[in-house]
Design a protein around this ligand. Structure first.
Ligand SMILES: [Mg+2]
Length: 217
């Protein structure tokens, strides 16, 4: 099937992992206990089905493990974490070659989307990469990657079949296996090769990814 759209993960894919950790340090320093319970809830929620209201389920998990009310948990996640993060990512820079490459994909007529497990907020603005056909967090589908829902939603928003999309991400389990399970082609951003990788392409420099896409169809 001809590839007509490219989907990207954000954190660790459009900018490097080190910046991601640096950006979240202030949150860790200010709210260590909350961050710990939040991370635990995110691990747990990945294994849960069905979920009908993601933010509520997440708040309930955090509330139960912190011994506070669900209402308070939801309020502190949204004010202390999500609202804080809006400002913290201003130092992020896109990985080398992305600007030119994404512009080239646009020029070539590909549909382009971004899908992240975290709220997208103004990360794309900070990266100077704002021209997408869709950008959303998997939270809106009630399921995080590698569940199929976020990837199916991406295909729907791009108005393409999953088989017409190449999904690019830095997490083998979440991005590569998740996207491959719904029939997408996958590109894995990784400096180390995984043995018997299910990714269609593994790369560490965007230059190589864009070369691969040029030769795809
Ligand atoms: Mg990532």
């Amino acid at each position: 099937m001809k590839i007509k759209g490219i989907g990207f993960d954000i954190d660790g894919t459009l900018y490097n992992n080190i910046s991601m950790y640096l950006c979240t340090i202030p949150s860790f320093l200010k709210h260590p206990r909350l961050l710990l319970h939040y991370s635990k809830a995110r691990t747990e929620i990945r294994k849960m089905r069905p979920i009908s209201n993601f933010r509520r389920t997440q708040a309930k998990l955090v509330a139960d493990s912190m011994g506070i009310s669900e209402h308070d948990a939801r309020r502190i996640i949204e004010t202390r974490l999500y609202e804080d993060w809006v400002h913290l990512f201003h130092i992020i820079k896109p990985l080398e070659g992305l600007h030119e490459g994404v512009a080239e994909l646009r020029e070539a007529g590909y549909k382009l989307g971004v899908l992240s497990d975290f709220p997208v907020q103004n990360k794309l603005k900070f990266l100077g990469l704002e021209d997408w056909d869709c950008s959303f967090t998997s939270e809106t589908t009630n399921y995080l990657k590698p569940h199929p829902e976020p990837f199916i939603e991406l295909a729907e928003r791009l108005e393409l079949k999953p088989g017409e999309i190449l999904y690019v991400g830095n997490s083998y389990e979440k991005d590569v296996l998740g996207a491959a399970a719904v029939g997408m082609k996958t590109a894995h951003l990784s400096s180390r090769k995984i043995r018997n990788s299910k990714a269609d392409f593994t790369f560490s420099r965007y230059k190589d990814l864009f070369e691969y896409i040029r030769n795809l169809n």
